[in-house]
Design a protein around this ligand. Structure first.
Ligand SMILES: Nc1ncnc2c1ncn2[C@@H]1O[C@H](COP(=O)(O)OP(=O)(O)OP(=O)(O)O)[C@@H](O)[C@H]1O
Length: 360
């Protein structure tokens, strides 16, 4: 089993289209890495370069001790699952699963055995004689994963494999994928723009924007310690409150309220305060950082209410959103909230970088 390494990987289509800029990362053989980012950030291009389907402009792809940057896709021993399933419509499920091995001239008996193993893992035994047109979306997706699995590849690459499924099915197949690949002990690279998939499946997430890796960390660290404003705003739903505030002395001024700044060498004229809606709460005994505002919207999300509160300020009004339990009685009008000190993130207004990289 081998580690996959990307070294300063670049892709340039034209001087103006440079979707991948200097991506460096490693994926060990027990790691599930997700490339997460908005549409057009370079996720699929990166994956396709790993697979050999896209030429590398600059940089290297290393598998184990071998530089495979210029190796033909067929010689890379990688298996890829595509968003579109890419199944052969005229073949049965069995034939679809077996086709890759047949091409490799694997003996018939071995093919039968391997297809049976994979069909069992994926619960496809009853469907082996059907054609893709006779399967549901989730079943087709499992066959697509199965086609990759039968290969016993050195690396698995998955490009938004769940995006054609409805929400319920997506949850089920997501759980299947997690279990199946956890047992494989090979590097897995998964592409998605869905943060829930990234957070639930991965051992490591690379958040991409505009071709650059913004943060490369385990999911919990991405969520609890976003490296910059992009990651803070992209990961988490409802989105983190991000407020640009003036500083005075050693405080940020939120409307009429003073929030103590963290320990930073120089106090800037302005700073961005970030706090997730689930961390904003109704004040308890020892809470500090108490603010007051006017409720102007309550959205019922089932498990919680998302409450939008407007805080009067000398410039434009600021909005703080709080995720509160439904038993909390909320009516339009004045409301007091606490912003617990330990849950506040601070970012530089200019660079967007986190000013305090906390340890885990
Ligand atoms: N063959 C190509 N020629 C020119 N530009 C391309 C080509 N393929 C992709 N691009 C551009 O490169 C950028 C990144 O594309 P890529 O498919 O990697 O994005 P992505 O992050 O996977 O997005 P999505 O989630 O929408 O699939 C986009 O701006 C896209 O238009």
């Amino acid at each position: 089993m081998a580690t996959l390494e990307l070294k300063n990987l670049n892709k340039t289509y034209s001087p103006k289209v440079v979707p991948v800029k200097d991506i460096s990362l490693t994926v060990d053989d027990n790691e599930f890495l997700t490339l997460l980012g908005p549409s057009g950030c370079g996720k699929s291009t990166t994956l396709r370069m790993i697979a050999g389907l896209e030429e590398v402009t600059r940089g290297h792809i290393i598998l184990g001790n071998e530089d495979i940057t210029f190796k033909r896709p067929g010689d890379r021993n990688m298996a890829m699952v595509f968003q579109s399933y890419a199944l052969y419509p005229h073949m049965t499920v069995y034939e679809n699963l077996a086709s890759g091995l047949k091409l490799k001239k694997v003996p018939h008996g071995k093919i039968k055995q391997r297809v049976a193993e994979v069909a069992e893992i994926l619960g496809l035994e009853e469907l082996l004689q059907r054609k893709p047109g006779q399967l549901s979306g989730g079943q087709r997706q499992r066959v697509a994963v199965g086609r990759a699995l039968v290969r016993n590849a050195q690396v698995y690459l998955l490009d938004e494999p769940l995006s054609n499924l409805d929400a319920l099915l997506r949850e089920r197949v997501r759980a299947d994928i997690k279990q199946i690949f956890a047992a494989q002990q090979v590097p897995v690279v998964y592409v998605t723009h869905d943060q829930t998939e990234a957070m639930t499946l991965s051992t490591k997430v690379a958040v991409l924007n505009n071709g650059y890796v913004q943060q490369l960390d385990p999911p919990a660290r991405i969520y609890n310690h976003p490296a910059n404003l992009f990651v803070a705003g992209f990961v988490g739903s409802p989105q983190m409150n991000l407020l640009t505030l003036p500083c005075q002395g050693h405080h940020a001024i939120l409307g009429g309220f003073q929030i103590p700044l963290p320990d930073i060498p120089t106090v800037p004229p302005q700073i961005v305060l970030g706090i997730r809606p689930e961390h904003v709460r109704i004040p308890q005994d020892r809470d500090t950082n108490i603010i007051k505002g006017r409720v102007f919207l309550v959205e019922n999300l089932g498990m919680h209410n998302l409450v939008s509160v407007s805080i009067a300020s000398q410039t434009e009004p600021l909005t703080v959103r709080a995720l509160l339990p439904p038993e909390q009685n909320i009516s339009n009008g004045e409301m007091t909230l606490a912003l617990p000190h330990e849950n506040i993130h601070w970012f530089d207004v200019e660079s967007g970088d986190s000013l305090v990289r906390k340890s885990e």
